[in-house]
Ligand binder design. Structure first.
Ligand SMILES: *[C@@H]1O[C@H](CO)[C@@H](O)[C@H](O)[C@H]1NC(C)=O
Ligand SMILES: *[C@@H]1O[C@H](CO)[C@@H](O)[C@H](O)[C@H]1NC(C)=O
Ligand SMILES: *[C@@H]1O[C@H](CO)[C@@H](O)[C@H](O)[C@H]1NC(C)=O
Length: 380
């Protein structure tokens, strides 16, 4: 039955009012990426986010010196992405960062990556080296807190592999990828001591699965201990066209989920497929009062930072929404281009629980393989 003329006219008025604002109308916070509220059909975004659906990260233009000096940078030694937390014990910011041994670059990150501890009295650094906490091979540090004990948990990938003084990568058997594994170490203090890393936590997929290799751990630990572990899955061979049924050939690098009753496991995978329908890596998962969020290094061109959201941690937006581009806007109005800007990791204000800074691993355009760790302020 066609609507009564009055009702039809009302619908047309609503539609034209939404269109005249140039914004996509929302009906709930889910339409605002769970980073804003839907107020009278329009998204009112949190300070950190903007755009019609709150998917653009509000990065504050950076001082030119800050862009070149980075948060943690050495002339020859490559570092690659960091997690930072503040400690009231010594009033320092504590950084846990992947760093290559022997002045090697990212081209031989397996086996030369190690996890380094560095500190700074200010959030934006420069951070100073304190010690190498986990020697080769350890990579992808992701620091979080156990809500049950207050202990610090440092998730990583790796195991014992000797470094290569000539910076050769590990022998690559016909394109077969090295079987990395997710482990965790804990400490009652950011100053240590750190426990011996656990045995591997997340089971790898089968020989022909899209997630034969599991890397990039990013856990969310719920109040009752249930742990949602987001990870990057990749197939055994990069040439693989044998990804799991229904996943599609192009999704050979995306974000999967494993769940355990405790962060130490045992982990099971609730789905065979990735949780996102778009190529992404380097997931950084976090939870706030509206729901669950992922920031990722997207696999499009250029290599943007992507954002995804979920009300329950299980069903997610596509993962194709762009939070920021790879370039950095400077306070003098110019921009710095990077060859790669990856490993997006957020720092949250401990009082407000709002994101205030974005840490990345960046490669300058003129220096292939060499990288350093950068921090950029987020609007608050
Ligand atoms: C790395 O390079 C620096 C600068 O050339 C040098 O001082 C340092 O000894 C090197 N370290 C290693 C482990 O080769
Ligand atoms: C833990 O909490 C989550 C979220 O509230 C819930 O879905 C899950 O069933 C809980 N697990 C247990 C073992 O109680
Ligand atoms: C990928 O490469 C491996 C090693 O060369 C080979 O065994 C496998 O058959 C290849 N897979 C496909 C789908 O081409």
């Amino acid at each position: 039955m066609p609507p009564a003329p009055a009702a039809a006219l009302f619908c047309i008025m609503l539609l034209s009012s939404a269109l005249s604002h140039g914004a996509s109308a929302c009906s709930s916070a889910l339409d605002c990426a769970l980073s804003g509220d839907c107020v009278s059909g329009t998204c009112a975004c949190d300070a950190a986010w903007s755009g019609p659906s709150c998917t653009t990260l509000n990065l504050v233009p950076m001082a030119p010196t800050q862009a070149s000096s980075g948060a943690y940078r050495h002339a020859t030694q490559t570092s690659w992405g960091a997690n930072v937390l503040f400690s009231e014990e010594d009033n320092q910011y504590h950084m846990f960062v992947a760093e290559m041994a022997n002045n090697c670059t990212l081209t031989s990150w397996i086996p030369n990556s190690q996890v380094t501890h560095a500190t700074s009295p200010t959030i934006d650094g420069p951070y100073k080296f304190v010690s190498t906490l986990f020697e080769t091979f350890h990579h992808n540090p992701r620091l979080t807190v156990d809500p049950a004990t207050g202990d610090y948990l440092l998730f990583m990938i790796g195991g014992d592999l000797p470094s290569t003084p000539d910076c050769s990568g590990i022998p690559d058997a016909d394109g077969e990828q090295y079987d990395t594994r997710i482990v965790v170490s804990s400490s009652p203090s950011l100053l240590g001591p750190w426990s011996t890393p656990s045995p591997p936590l997340v089971p790898q997929g089968s020989e022909d699965a899209w997630d034969y290799v599991v890397t990039n751990p990013s856990p969310i630990i719920l109040q009752n201990g249930t742990t949602l572990m987001y990870y990057r899955g990749t197939p055994k061979y990069w040439n693989s066209s044998s990804a799991a049924d229904g996943v599609g050939d192009e999704l050979i690098e995306s974000v999967g989920l494993a769940i355990a009753p405790h962060y130490l496991g045992p982990y099971t995978k609730p789905f065979d497929a990735p949780v996102l329908s778009y190529m992404n890596e380097d997931p950084f998962a976090y939870q706030d009062e509206r729901g669950f969020h992922l920031l990722m290094h997207g696999r499009d061109d250029p290599l943007n930072t992507h954002v995804a959201w979920s009300p329950d941690g299980l069903s997610w937006s596509s993962g194709a929404d762009i939070a920021s581009g790879p370039d950095v806007e400077l306070t003098d109005g110019t921009t710095v281009a990077f060859k790669n800007r990856e490993r997006p990791q957020l720092f949250f204000d401990p009082t407000t629980n709002k994101p205030t800074h974005l840490f990345n691993g960046v490669c300058p355009t003129d220096h292939y393989g060499y990288a350093y760790t950068m921090v950029q302020e987020i609007q608050t």
